[in-house]
Design a protein around this ligand. Structure first.
Ligand SMILES: Nc1nc2c(ncn2[C@@H]2O[C@H](COP(=O)(O)OP(=O)(O)OP(=O)(O)O)[C@@H](O)[C@H]2O)c(=O)[nH]1
Ligand SMILES: [Mg+2]
Length: 307
């Protein structure tokens, strides 16, 4: 996309921690993305890697002014947050309204609060989701899904769980921004209520294995992918990668997973050496049976959210 001006905004303590991790992993560096943390707690924000920090405990006029300054010139805003966050519930309406009036697109990578978290967290999440129904793309992952990445552990703390969340969002945002930077038409990357997965394989021509690894991504609901109406797949290898080897991955996907038209992008990336990476993003199908859902009320809500 031409003239891309991206701001990556972490909301609340969790969001601030997640974007700090992204900065440390050089996510968004190629496109000179800016990083912003927004939170209630000044002490915490002072420890994050972000230079632009917005404190929500100031008066409303100051908060609005600081947010507008932080987002100035952005045509793309990436939100990262645990949606149970009080900071997110307060800041998301302001950010969505700013983005709408400045014609900036928004994509959000968020975790829905765990069932074990207190009701106030779920109330915050409901406030946020109402606003996020207006944005271009929402990747919302229920916190319970993060357990699936640690099934081999005897015990897992909430802290471990959020380390998993931060790693997944770090990779998810990286894959999204890499695709965005290579894309001329943004609408290709507009998914509405969306899901993502990724995988990689060793060997310069392992496109099929990388795709199969992506299909084993623990948080992926394969049934949702099979019923998705819009699917985007990006396969990337190093300088020695033969793009034609991705044909086997394309055939496998068409025959085994989904016959709908898939947008494929096969690219080389000099930052990758001896492996191939596959990333899949797709629009989730509307929920068939709300009773089967882990989060019936949220899923009903999201089921109405279309790109
Ligand atoms: N990705 C991620 N999510 C987190 C982390 N810690 C907590 N969360 C999730 O984020 C939600 C919001 O928590 P916080 O980010 O602490 O919220 P806050 O805005 O700082 O402030 P309070 O609501 O006052 O705690 C929680 O409901 C958790 O589900 C984290 O380190 N990483
Ligand atoms: Mg907190």
């Amino acid at each position: 996309m031409k003239n891309l001006n991206v701001k990556i905004v972490g909301l609340g303590e969790g969001g601030a921690r997640a974007v700090s991790r992204m900065m440390n992993s050089h996510v968004g560096q190629k496109i000179s993305a800016g990083f912003v943390a927004v939170g209630n707690d000044e002490n915490l924000l002072l420890t994050t890697a972000t230079r632009t920090n917005i404190f929500l405990n100031r008066d409303a006029v100051t908060v609005q002014k600081n947010l507008s300054e932080a987002l100035e010139g952005a045509n793309f805003v990436v939100l990262v947050s645990g949606l149970g966050s009080t900071a997110a519930a307060r800041a998301i309406p302001l950010i969505v309204s700013h983005a709408q009036s400045h014609k900036a697109r928004i994509v959000a990578f968020v975790n829905l609060p765990s069932k074990l978290e207190k009701p106030a967290r779920h109330e915050n999440a409901a406030v946020c989701l109402k606003q996020l129904a207006k944005i271009e793309t929402l990747f919302a992952v229920p916190a319970e899904k993060f357990f699936l990445f640690r099934l081999n552990r005897k015990e897992i703390s909430l802290k471990d769980l959020f380390t998993v969340a931060d790693e997944i969002f770090c990779n998810g945002v990286k894959n999204f921004l890499d695709a965005l930077a290579a894309e001329k038409n943004f609408d290709v990357l507009k998914f509405g209520d969306a899901s993502f997965c990724y995988g990689e394989a060793e060997g310069i021509d392992s496109a099929l294995d990388a795709l199969k690894a992506a299909l084993k991504f623990p948080a992926l609901d394969l049934d949702e992918l099979k019923r998705a109406a819009k699917i985007f797949i990006r396969v990337t290898g190093g300088e020695l990668f033969f793009k034609s080897t991705a044909d086997a991955a394309k055939t496998f996907f068409r025959d085994e997973i989904s016959a709908v038209k898939v947008v494929w992008r096969v690219d080389k990336d000099s930052a990758i050496v001896n492996k191939v990476c596959a990333s899949i993003m797709f629009t989730r199908p509307p929920a068939v049976q709300a009773t089967k859902s882990t989060f019936p009320s949220l899923k009903n809500f999201l089921g109405r959210f279309q790109p």
